[in-house]
Design a protein around this ligand. Structure first.
Ligand SMILES: *Cc1c(COP(=O)(O)O)cnc(C)c1O
Length: 397
């Protein structure tokens, strides 16, 4: 396109989609693509899922928005469903991942002040991604996201991901820590899953120091890792959990969940959102969560993960240049030994939508409704592309 009225915030690929169905997208010229990215972990139920379509169309015809000045029964129902599935106690609805994390950061500060800490600090991780608002880009561990937007927000301390010692040191030296904010699997940071033992030790450390453990599950939530939320792989809970992406299957909605002391911190006047938890958004959340439950899509995510992992291991095990597989559930990374961003466009040419993150990690976030056959297609197309690109065997032309 020669000129665009849009601000130049994105480097967009040369394709536009006209419609979608399940794991497939059709572009404006009628060509079909297998979607192994789900709009970046958003459309977990695939495109045009009938339950979501029905929820949107029926609720849009009835009532879209009333504001939080009034009771919102659908918000109550969506909150109740979310607490039932997650085991958390209370929910605040907002409109995006960054907003959910803003809510968590505000909770951490309120908590710190309630403990008599004058300047409460939050420990955040290297390579973290928490969003693009000022507080969440400050929490993000990537200079590219921050550069140009100084002064950053104060009150954050960074430590190494998956490194208990680094965090223990900070906890011993300082008495002004209110919370730890962490992604159980780093998405943008390269599909890095924290060790089970490390996360459990973080829970214990937080208990010992009366610090809130806050999980950013914007990407890992809503079935993506094989549980409704990634923390449910463990027998303990964080104090605060944020989510968004898959929660609305493309309808913009996010949530902050809390349990224990953190669940009672927000009082009238502390926080709010004009759009947060509209009847329309909450009808969609209910449809998404009920579908995840009824169709046993967490189990399905685990099955698909095993299928994809086994396939890629079989195809790529002996290929020079492939470092290995990363991630958890349907957050799957294939790490190469060299920068590989150009694979995104090459895959597009072969009718497959993928992404590359952290320079050399191919990122797959396929929908949870993928069929076995579609999973095999992803394995076949992508493995061949990787082999061709790495030159083993040499491309046939
Ligand atoms: C995508 C993402 C965010 C930001 O969500 P937005 O809806 O884009 O604001 C925050 N944290 C994590 C872990 C994410 O993957």
């Amino acid at each position: 396109m020669a000129t665009s009225a849009l601000m130049h915030t994105y480097g967009r690929l040369p394709v536009a989609f006209a419609e979608g169905q399940g794991a497939w997208l059709t572009d404006t010229a009628g060509r079909r693509y297998l979607d192994a990215l789900s709009g970046i972990a958003v459309c977990g139920l695939g495109h045009a899922h009938p339950a979501v379509t029905q929820a949107i169309s029926e609720q849009a015809a009835r009532l879209v928005h009333t504001s939080n000045l009034y009771q919102v029964p659908l918000q109550e129902a969506a909150g109740a469903k979310l607490t039932q599935l997650s085991g958390m106690e209370k929910v605040f609805f907002c409109n995006s991942g960054a907003e959910a994390n803003e809510g968590a950061i505000k909770l951490a500060r309120l908590y710190g002040h309630s403990k008599g800490i004058d300047v409460p600090h939050i420990i955040v991780m290297e390579q973290a991604f928490h969003g693009r608002t000022l507080a969440t880009l400050t929490a993000t561990g990537n200079r590219k996201v921050q550069a140009g937007f100084e002064p950053l927000v104060s009150g954050f301390i960074r430590c190494a991901y998956n490194d208990l010692q680094s965090i223990e040191q900070i906890m011993q030296q300082r008495t002004d820590i209110a919370a730890i904010l962490i992604e159980p699997v780093q998405g943008e940071g390269g599909l890095r899953a924290a060790d089970d033992a490390y996360l459990t030790q973080l829970r214990q450390l937080c208990d010992a120091h009366q610090v809130l453990l806050m999980f950013d599950e914007v990407q890992t939530g809503n079935g993506r890792t094989g549980q409704y939320f990634a923390f449910q792989h463990y027998d303990w809970k964080p104090d605060v959990v944020t989510t968004a992406k898959g929660l609305g299957n493309g309808f913009p909605i996010g949530a902050v969940m809390a349990q224990g002391q953190a669940a009672a911190l927000f009082q009238p006047g502390h926080h709010g959102s004009t759009y947060g938890g509209t009847p329309l958004g909450c009808a969609v959340v209910l449809a998404v969560l009920e579908t995840l439950e009824q169709d046993k899509l967490c189990q399905r995510a685990n099955q698909l993960s095993e299928l994809l992992r086994a396939g890629f291991e079989r195809e790529l095990a002996s290929i020079d240049g492939v470092v290995g597989l990363r991630g958890r559930g349907l957050m799957l990374g294939i790490e190469l030994d060299r920068p590989c961003a150009e694979l995104v466009e090459l895959a597009l040419e072969r009718g497959l939508l993928i992404n590359v993150t952290a320079g050399q990690v191919i990122r797959l976030l396929p929908p949870l409704i993928l069929s076995d056959e579609e999973a095999q297609q992803i394995i076949a197309i992508l493995s061949q592309l990787i082999k061709d690109w790495l030159g083993q065997p040499l491309p046939s032309h």
